[in-house]
Design a protein around this ligand. Structure first.
Ligand code: HEC
Ligand code: HEC
Length: 213
């Protein structure tokens, strides 16, 4: 019996050590996921790493994805992979990726929040002013100034107006499928879409281009 006594404190010590290393493991797993996410996104820099880059037919800016919310990014990437969003390059880029890989990419992009240059894009002041009066319903999820209230919703502040417009048109016409947003965009007129897009673009936010190194 006597010989067993020291065992208890030793066990406690072992447990304590174990939980510290478990914490370190969680941290290093997250860091490793971010590193892998970065490697997986080299092919994305050609579009998402160039400020003001736009694609033709129809002509609109490639969205800023650096600093965007993780849960939203993952949902968006899964939607391209699973065909709920249609932009061909994005469907092709994600087609062969596993959900774990998409999680790594989302984690990497989200980790860039606060580490990328954020510039307000060119926008139409007049339209933005009118747009400010139209966003009270959007604020419940995207925030009055375009900073989302939860990570499941995208930040819109400082996003390119041409991209916001494009996204709203796609929701309105059912080309991009999302139960909430299809309903939100359905009653908006073309003019209101332009005004709302310019309003959110005019707001200061954390979004930027992914770094090219
Ligand atoms: C040819 C240019 C191009 C390349 C290469 C490209 N993207 Fe995209 N990406 C776009 C465009 C354009 C959109 C918007 C498409 C749409 O309207 O649905 C987009 C949309 C996205 C979105 C959704 C953004 C949002 O706010 O909803 C994410 C996330 C994304 N891309 C990540 C990636 C990743 C990760 C890669 C590389 C594996 C990649 N993209 C490669 C052009 C590109
Ligand atoms: C109840 C919550 C909610 C409300 C209210 C709401 N949204 Fe959204 N919004 C979402 C969600 C969720 C998504 C992501 C949908 C998806 O995955 O395609 C989204 C996506 C978007 C996008 C696409 C952003 C991108 O990066 O691709 C735009 C633009 C947008 N919303 C604008 C609006 C506007 C304008 C309003 C008001 C008229 C509005 N939303 C109201 C939840 C909401």
């Amino acid at each position: 019996m006597l010989r067993l006594r020291p065992v208890l404190p030793l066990a406690t010590l072992c447990l304590a050590l174990l939980s510290t290393s478990a914490l370190a493991a969680v941290h290093s797993t997250r860091q490793a996921m971010i590193e892998r996410g970065k490697i997986l996104t080299f092919a994305c820099i050609g579009c998402h790493g160039i400020r003001g880059y736009n694609i033709p037919y129809p002509n609109y800016n490639v969205p800023k994805v650096a600093g965007q919310n993780r849960a939203y990014l993952l949902a968006a990437l899964e939607d391209y992979r699973d065909g709920l969003r249609r932009f061909p390059t994005m469907v092709a880029e994600t087609r062969s990726m596993t959900t774990h890989e998409l999680k790594e990419i989302a984690l990497y992009f989200a980790s860039l929040r606060g580490h990328v240059k954020t510039r307000t894009p060119t926008y139409n002041r007049r339209a933005a002013k009118h747009g400010a009066a139209l966003v009270s319903t959007c604020a419940a999820c995207h925030g009055l100034h375009g900073i989302a209230v939860a990570p499941e919703f995208p930040d819109l502040a400082g996003q390119y107006p041409s991209y916001i417009k494009r996204a709203l048109e796609e929701y309105k016409h059912g080309l991009r499928k999302n139960a909430i947003m299809n309903g939100m965009a359905a009653p908006l007129t073309h003019r209101e879409i332009v005004e709302i897009a310019n309003y959110f673009a005019s707001q200061k936010g954390p979004l930027g281009q992914i770094p090219g190194d």
